[in-house]
Design a protein around this ligand. Structure first.
Ligand code: SF4
Ligand code: SF4
Length: 352
């Protein structure tokens, strides 16, 4: 029996994806270990609402020099599925906060082209955005790129991997950092930067050793170069005297809040690709080693569940905690996501 039929009978999967009262359910996360099953996994969901002109498929198309972004062949399967139901999809991403080839729309398009994201290869246009409209969550204002803000529904395709600041890069990160303006990307990073409570600091130097970006120097006094700081919070977690606090809020929680701002009032389908699972993210020219064997692809209507399931699977197959590998706790994204009802951490993994 097809999943759609099974869940229609159970009255569960299709209602979960779009129901406002869905928080009483565990989310369904479909797991396929072979690419040939991806179409079937997508078809398990009621996609009737996605039959629109200008359907964004949010995707990070990889930093120049990085080879571990989601393969265009996988993206084409997804694009074709939405064309099949009568939608007109386009691939979408926003420009980077940091300087580099993807810091401008034209520069990003060149990188996307070189990585194989052409109309000929994937069957749709590539659009790069930046500025947009503000949405407020928990008193924070996030500027959501117009292409996402104006869409009643969209699809989020994420390469699941480690991340130096977020601990894990999946659906929440792809929304919270990937669908917002350059201005908001800067705001989120700054929010997590440390501030010192001098009366507690013993000048032990633990935070300096913890910072992989060389932003802190501890000699006769504690000093930070904020231009080098990405707000990851490693130093805050490492301080034995609790002398450091984020300026505004933990970066991983901020990502979840921003993600909520992106999806508020919208219908969204999430696809996490657990292949070529690297230590660092697709933003890096060199993402460093593969930390886990290939696992498969997950599909869900819940960004918190799909990320929690992805982290569980990576930790199961690598035999290591991502928090230990990355130095920051990726589950803080999940906690932040539950806090603002972005989704649920509990899920049922359904292998097909
Ligand atoms: S927040 Fe991260 S990047 Fe910034 S100083 Fe602390 S460890 Fe370094
Ligand atoms: S780890 Fe804490 S106590 Fe030690 S130098 Fe850094 S801020 Fe001060």
């Amino acid at each position: 029996m097809f999943l759609a039929e099974r869940f229609k009978k159970a009255g569960k999967l299709n209602s979960f994806l779009f129901s406002k009262s869905n928080f009483r359910y565990m989310a369904d996360v479909i797991f396929v270990d072979k690419l040939e099953k991806l179409e079937r996994a997508i078809r398990s969901f009621d996609l009737s609402a996605f039959k629109i002109d200008k359907l964004p498929i949010k995707l990070h198309m990889g930093e120049a020099g990085n080879k571990y972004y989601v393969n265009p062949k996988i993206v084409k399967i997804i694009v074709d599925e939405f064309k099949r139901i009568g939608a007109s999809p386009f691939l979408f991403d926003t420009i980077s906060k940091y300087e580099g080839p993807r810091a401008t729309k034209s520069g990003y398009k060149v990188v996307a082209f070189k990585h194989g994201f052409t109309k000929q290869n994937v069957g749709c246009d590539v659009i790069i955005g930046d500025e947009g409209k503000e949405v407020e969550i928990k008193g924070y204002k996030f500027e959501i790129a117009n292409e996402i803000y104006n869409a009643p529904c969209f699809v989020v395709v994420s390469h699941a991997k480690g991340h130096s600041d977020a601990g894990f890069g999946g659906a929440i990160k792809n929304l919270g950092m990937g669908c917002v303006s350059r201005k908001t990307k800067g705001f989120i990073h700054c929010a997590g930067q440390p501030r010192i409570m001098k009366e507690r600091c013993t000048l032990c130097g633990t935070c300096e050793a913890a910072c992989i970006f060389d932003a802190i120097k501890v000699n006769e006094e504690w000093k930070i170069d904020y231009s080098k700081c990405f707000g990851c919070g490693r130093c805050i977690a490492a301080c034995p005297n609790k002398a450091l606090k984020p300026i505004t809020e933990n970066l991983r929680k901020m990502l979840a809040y921003a993600a909520k701002a992106c999806v508020k009032g919208k219908k969204v389908l999430y696809i996490n690709v657990l292949l070529n699972i690297t230590k660092f993210c697709d933003c890096m020219p060199n993402p460093l080693p593969i930390i886990c064997r290939d696992i498969g692809i997950l599909v869900s209507g819940d960004p918190v569940s799909i990320d929690n399931a992805s982290i569980d699977l990576i930790e199961k197959y690598s035999g290591r905690k991502l928090k230990e590998i990355e130095g920051v706790d990726p589950r803080e994204q999940v906690i932040g996501g539950e806090e603002v009802k972005l989704g649920r951490a509990s899920y049922e993994l359904i292998k097909i």
